[in-house]
Write a protein that binds this ligand. Structure first.
Ligand code: F6R
Length: 371
């Protein structure tokens, strides 16, 4: 079943061009970013939505954090993203016109399910009229069954405990949701939609290109393996990818890692930086690149060793203490999906170097059906 791979996680990382391609194909087959992707009466449900509330746990929560940038930009809607176990115990302010979006690979995560029930009980009408949408990888699981609208990602069964292909296909689904909402709200016209569809069509190829970087990423692993801590930095849509990179690393290699928005460095975490702290930076050529570069200077000045994922256009050069891997040429709005790949590969190869149980990290379960 593993084929040429050593672990399910590695296999699932490499399946991503296929998993993303299948998920994209479903969108193309439906003729584009139509509300109908999310269910029969979706246009009616999504039409007068006033805001979006995303609920999820772990890696699925980071997919939600990424989606917020797209929903604000493409749909012009306010979007809140909450960790399900926090939301469900808070006095939330109800709005019946808020779209509740849950994201769950398994569809069985207890906190996400309970947060969905809580959201419905607060502001939503009877459940057959609720504005609830679930993005899920397992058909007929509990969370999609409790939701009015559903999008099934086509990642296929994910066996490794660490989520990889489920994450990137969730991102594709959330991107489609942002564009569909943008169309309904008259913010995405036909020309823009065609351009965004084109971006999506090229995505599996860019992801494959990122996978081809595996030998280079693996060559960094030995530098991380003996370390106790690592910092991951990004800005904008790449900030949630920094969070995801840190989670993957801590989860499977047991190295303590933190993800930070690069602009927050000087508000605290810069105090941690010394020669023993490897710092991973996700720095493709986007609108925030110059800001990221000045953040990098701050780290270098404190002796931190930098590991930069930069694309062909972000004009970084290797120097003493600065290692650079070139990711595919900037792929625009879908860039966070492409940059999820190298951080997954990094975590995987560091875990291999440390000899941990990659597919079954200690203390963790694939499906968290308890509180
Ligand atoms: C991390 C990971 C977990 C899950 C989280 C939510 O690699 O896999 O953080 O993302 O437990 O699980 P689902 O998506 O099944 O609700």
């Amino acid at each position: 079943e593993l084929g040429p791979y050593r672990h399910f996680m590695q296999k699932e990382i490499h399946e991503q061009p296929r998993a993303i391609g299948d998920t994209v194909e479903g969108i193309l087959d439906a003729g584009g970013f139509d509300a109908a992707l999310f269910g029969k009466d979706a246009a009616q449900v999504l039409n007068d939505v006033e805001s979006v509330q995303i609920l999820a746990c772990g890696t699925s929560y980071y997919a939600g954090l990424t989606a917020r940038y797209w929903i604000e930009e493409l749909a012009g809607l306010p979007c809140a993203v909450d960790i399900a176990s926090e939301y469900r115990y808070r006095s939330v302010v109800a709005n019946p016109k808020q779209l509740i979006v849950t994201i769950s690979q398994s569809g069985e995560t207890l906190d996400t399910m309970e947060a969905l029930k809580y959201a419905k009980a607060q502001g939503q009408a009877a459940s057959d009229e609720s504005r609830t949408l679930s993005i899920c990888n397992v058909p007929e699981s509990a969370i999609p069954r409790a939701s009015r609208l559903v999008f099934y990602t086509r990642a296929g069964a994910e066996i490794g405990v660490a989520s990889t292909k489920a994450f990137t296909t969730q991102l594709v689904a959330l991107f489609a949701l942002a564009v569909a909402l943008g169309k309904l709200r008259g913010r995405v016209d036909d020309a823009r939609e065609a351009a965004l569809l084109d971006d999506l069509r090229h995505l599996p190829g860019s992801v494959q290109h990122a996978l081809n970087l595996e030998p280079q990423v693996a060559s960094w692993a030995e530098k991380f393996a003996p370390r106790q801590h690592a910092l991951f930095l990004g800005r904008g849509t790449h900030y949630p990818i920094a969070l995801e990179g840190a989670l993957k690393l801590k989860e499977i290699s047991y190295i303590h890692a933190e993800g930070y928005p690069a602009g927050e460095l000087k508000h605290g975490p810069l105090a941690l930086v010394d020669t023993q702290m490897p710092v991973v930076v996700i720095a493709p050529n986007d609108a925030l690149l110059e800001k990221v570069k000045s953040n990098i200077q701050e780290v270098r000045a404190r002796g931190g060793e930098m590991f930069v994922f930069a694309d062909a256009d972000s004009s970084f050069s290797e120097s003493d203490g600065v290692h650079v891997i070139r990711t595919p040429r900037h792929v625009g709005i879908l860039s966070p999906i492409v940059h999820a790949i190298p951080v997954q590969l990094l975590a995987y190869h560091v875990a291999l170097a440390r000899g941990t149980d990659v597919d079954k990290p200690r203390n963790l379960a694939k499906s968290v059906t308890v509180e």
